[in-house]
Design a protein around this ligand. Structure first.
Ligand code: GUN
Length: 295
């Protein structure tokens, strides 16, 4: 059996169409244009490419969007001042500071400086806390995208055994938390595996739904999953370059092997990646609606 492919690309396109219509309506009926600023410090090639993609999507959806690029050697104090300015700017509803930041800047301090009502990345401790207790908040974009993919693909999560591989603040911890909550895409029994788990395969073989965010190429192989599993592969690993200089990507899951046993699986590229950017846009529309009293 070969798995159904859960195309993040297609689902993301559908959500972007919905958002585009929503933005047009907000502009026409209420004179509100969602505003997003992406702040990039330095020239890390992966960060440049992520930020460029975010800006392009924001522009395509009709947002007011600003790309604010700062030099690698900007001081922490100057960066905090810039964030303060965007916190006060009423045309900006969402602020994203691309991570990682250079070593001389305290990432926590920077994330804490963003107004939680403009924290469309969902990384501010206020939003993390609200998420954990199930209050209205901005959900972090990658876990938010995973939930949407599961829901829109009709995957039953209620009562499912979910195994998450990876315990990062950006993916592992939040997706585990969201999937155990009483909510759409939730109500699962959740296990988290990490680098100190004694026998990862023991856990992954029990999974009805396996979410892999380990950050290492092809660590999940066919012998580690059961027949009929649904696999969400969050990994984006650059494993080489084409003769034309384009990055060759692979996930954290051995796609070719695992797809023969899985009921459904996300590809890399074209899986979780496009969803992450799309959910940033969804969060920004939510921020603009809340600011304007429309939600
Ligand atoms: N760097 C890698 N992923 C992300 C993300 O989701 N948001 C931000 N701000 N930086 C990142």
């Amino acid at each position: 059996m070969s798995a159904k492919i859960i195309s993040g690309k297609d689902i993301a396109r559908q959500i972007r169409e919905e958002l585009k219509a929503e933005v047009a309506e907000m502009k026409k009926d209420h004179g509100v244009t969602p505003g997003l600023v992406t702040i990039l410090v330095g020239e890390n090639p992966a960060s440049v490419s992520y930020v460029t993609a975010k800006q392009k999507t924001a522009h395509d959806l009709g947002f007011h969007s600003i790309q604010d690029t700062q030099p690698e050697n900007i001081s922490e104090e100057d960066l905090l001042t810039i964030i303060e300015q965007y916190n006060r700017d009423e045309s900006i509803h969402g602020i994203l500071v691309q991570l990682p930041l250079p070593g001389h800047i305290d990432e926590k301090k920077v994330l804490n400086a963003i107004d939680p009502d403009k924290d469309v990345d969902g990384f501010h401790p206020v939003n993390v806390g609200r998420m954990v207790i199930g209050e209205r908040c901005f959900l972090p974009c990658t876990p938010h995208g995973i939930l949407e993919m599961l829901i829109r693909s009709g995957v039953e999560t209620s009562g499912a055994e979910v195994v998450v591989v990876g315990r990062s603040n950006i993916v592992g911890k939040p997706i585990a938390n969201l999937m155990l909550q009483k909510r759409a895409g939730g109500n699962a029994t959740v296990t988290i595996c990490h680098t100190r788990t004694k026998d990862v395969a023991f856990h992954t073989r029990r999974a009805d739904i396996l979410v892999v965010a380990a950050g290492r190429p092809k660590v999940i192989t066919a012998d580690m999953v059961k027949d009929g599993v649904v696999v969400i592969d969050v990994g984006v690993n650059r494993i080489g370059k084409t003769p034309e200089g384009k990055a060759i990507l692979c996930g954290d899951v051995d796609f070719e092997g695992v797809k023969e046993k899985a009921a459904a699986i996300t590809p890399v590229p074209g899986g979780v990646g496009p969803m992450t950017i799309t959910m940033l846009m969804k969060n920004t529309v939510q921020a603009a609606k809340q600011f304007a009293g429309l939600a």
